[in-house]
Design a protein around this ligand. Structure first.
Ligand SMILES: [Mg+2]
Length: 389
């Protein structure tokens, strides 16, 4: 395993890193296939001139051509978008050049708690201006992409929901688009029993996947003797026969009743999935139970059966990101502060590079001597700016 290269303060090394991902030499403007509108001919001054009459028709023709070309481009974008009902993936591959992507973990890289690290917005802005796709990859399942966009903007980082890739979204996309191909029974029983917060429900709604449980107050109560009797029945009227998936995420209202329901759905054939399996949740300088600690009791009940999970470092998430952004992995870089999730995610995804930052969880020793070592590391993200001066 090679030794990570330390970049901070070494302008030449930073420039070599940036050159590897073609940052310094990329155009300042996007290269999408959007031709500029044809310039309009100035209004004629002599209305009676035959030449002016001819020019007017030429101008009208140009405007018409511009409108037709813009409509064609809009139509093409529609059919080339994976979110579109008219999605034709072959066109995307055939027409768009591979996009270069920088995948960013958020907490510990961009900010810590409510503290934004200095220079982060300028660094991201520069990458965008250099035509790089920026993607915020988070394991936090309690927030939807829209919630995360608001959080990013609240921290002073302009962002779109399209740039956010969370474990809830990753799970929802997988359940709606990929699972039914491998589990035909899900075409009939496609309802999801959710153990988690509103972020999961929002993303399932966006994908048109029916669900129950989640934030429903009916599941936020103590278990009664009647519950035991109902759930124990062969064809329990308490259980929805359309439930084919049980999806766990971080649930701030987790209780015994939800665990009972989750177990009985899985025992009756539902698939056991999790947005992510992080054992801990860092907050306020200490550790608290993460999503993996919510699903752990069911793993125990099922005799060690682990859920299929979608957060970093699981490659189902990388596949989903690649499916959406269509990038060249050899020209992509994962930036993160945790070796065992972020850096491993990039290494196992065979990305062109991984960049560790020392503003979060991992120590320099972990990056230098651990099992998942980044290709490069810096003290802080904004150190990259030095290579662009
Ligand atoms: Mg982090």
């Amino acid at each position: 395993m090679s030794t990570p290269e330390y970049l901070s303060g070494n302008k030449e090394a930073i420039q070599q890193f940036l050159d590897k991902f073609d940052v310094r030499h990329s155009p300042q403007t996007p290269t999408l296939l959007t031709p500029p509108l044809y310039p309009l001919t100035p209004a004629p001054t002599k209305k009676s001139s035959p030449q002016v009459f001819f020019r007017s028709w030429v101008a009208l023709g140009r405007v018409g051509l511009a409108l037709v070309s813009q409509s064609a481009i809009a139509c093409f974008r529609r059919i080339s978008s994976p979110n579109s009902s008219l999605y034709l993936p072959i066109l995307t591959h055939a027409r768009f050049p591979p996009t270069q992507v920088f995948l960013f973990d958020c907490d510990g890289v961009l900010w810590s708690g409510d503290h934004l690290f200095p220079g982060v917005p300028s660094t991201l802005d520069l990458l965008r201006k250099k035509n790089k796709q920026v993607v915020f990859v988070t394991n936090n399942s309690t927030k939807s992409r829209q919630d995360y966009k608001k959080k990013l903007e609240g921290m002073g980082i302009p962002a779109t929901a399209e740039e956010v890739f969370g474990s809830s979204y990753s799970a929802a996309v997988y359940i709606s688009r990929i699972l039914p191909q491998h589990h035909p029974q899900l075409k009939e029983r496609n309802k999801v029993f959710v153990v988690g917060e509103a972020g999961i429900e929002t993303e399932l709604d966006a994908e048109g996947v029916p669900h129950l449980g989640g934030t429903d107050p009916a599941y936020r109560r103590d278990v009664t003797p009647e519950d035991y009797k109902l759930l124990a029945q062969q064809d329990s009227p308490a259980l929805d026969p359309d439930v084919g998936v049980v999806l766990f995420g971080l649930d701030f209202h987790f209780n015994y009743l939800k665990l009972c329901y989750a177990y009985h759905y899985v025992r009756r054939g539902a698939l056991f999935l999790a947005t992510n399996t992080d054992s801990t949740l860092p907050s306020a300088g200490a550790l608290f139970p993460g999503a993996g600690s919510i699903s752990a009791p069911l793993v125990k009940m099922l005799g060690g059966q682990e859920p299929m999970a979608f957060g970093k470092p699981n490659q189902a998430m990388m596949d989903a990101i690649e499916g959406k952004f269509r990038f060249d992995r050899s020209k992509a870089c994962m930036v993160g502060d945790r070796a065992n999730t972020d850096i491993r995610f990039g290494l196992e995804g065979k990305l062109g590079g991984t960049l560790g930052v020392l503003t979060g969880v991992a120590t320099k020793e972990e990056f230098l001597e651990g099992d998942a070592r980044p290709h490069y590391y810096v003290d802080k993200l904004s150190d990259l700016l030095e290579g662009l001066e």
